[in-house]
Write a protein that binds this ligand. Structure first.
Ligand code: GTP
Ligand code: PEP
Length: 212
């Protein structure tokens, strides 16, 4: 099955606010962009991915991510994350109404293409499926097969809300890079230990000193 990924991205000036203690104001937008660049590059390299649509109103991110090969969908609803995902899904399905679609967070800087492949292959077995985040509270990927509504319920406790919505939780080992979203400085250190992509590695160099 070939998936269309829908990746939401907040305007960079407001993104990753919980990293403000780790990356001071001037550096945080660049870090959020680097996370998105590494996420999009790893996703576009995946043989199970037909294309990637990024839902964002950020002009710089739109330029940089379209240069990688992503389609940009303006965040027209301006109604937060789930509205952006529902909109992005509707837009990509205008051309391909039956397309399998998966929402993927833009803050997965350690994302490894083979692990994403395994997650998407597993998701293809169910009408709707999701992957819990590394903290086991949230969600990093929500998939809807051909003709299925996405019904995104991201945000606090989204693991429980996606399960309650009828999506099947994917119980997979060894897909840590797909689960490792980065919200805090501790998450960033964990992602760096897993191994981040080149954009994040370049920005993170100098941000964190060993043991900080
Ligand atoms: N297009 C769009 N994307 C959003 C919006 N809110 C959050 N996102 C994206 O949704 C994903 C998950 O959000 P979070 O992990 O909370 O990221 P964040 O909002 O940048 O982080 P905090 O500011 O620390 O809450 C990230 O890829 C965000 O960029 C929104 O209103 N519109
Ligand atoms: C948006 C989510 O999480 P967080 O803001 O914790 O990354 C989520 O897990 O649904």
């Amino acid at each position: 099955m070939l998936w269309t990924l829908v990746i939401p991205l907040k305007p960079l000036a407001r993104a990753k606010s919980r990293l403000s203690g780790t990356a001071a104001g001037g550096l945080r937008p660049g870090l959020a962009l680097a996370f998105a660049q590494d996420t999009v590059a790893a996703a576009l390299a995946c043989p199970a991915v037909r294309d990637v649509a990024v839902v964002t109103d950020d002009a710089l991110a739109a330029r940089e991510l379209s240069a990688l090969g992503a389609r940009i969908v303006p965040d027209e609803p301006q109604g937060g994350l789930n509205a952006a995902l529902a909109h992005g899904t509707a837009v990509v399905r205008t051309a391909r109404p039956e397309s399998p679609v998966a929402a993927l967070n833009a803050d997965l800087p350690a994302l490894r293409t083979p692990e994403l492949f395994r997650v998407l292959e597993a998701a293809a077995e169910f009408p709707r499926a999701f992957l819990a985040d590394a903290a086991a509270i949230g969600t990093t990927l929500l998939a809807a097969g051909p003709g299925q509504e996405l019904l995104p319920a991201f945000g606090p406790d989204s693991r429980a809300r996606h399960a309650a919505s009828g999506a099947v939780e994917l119980a997979l080992d060894a897909v840590d890079s797909v689960r490792q979203d980065v919200d805090t400085g501790a998450d960033l250190r964990t992602a760096l230990a897993l191994g981040v992509g080149p954009h994040t590695a370049a920005v993170a160099a100098g941000l964190l000193t060993p043991g900080s």
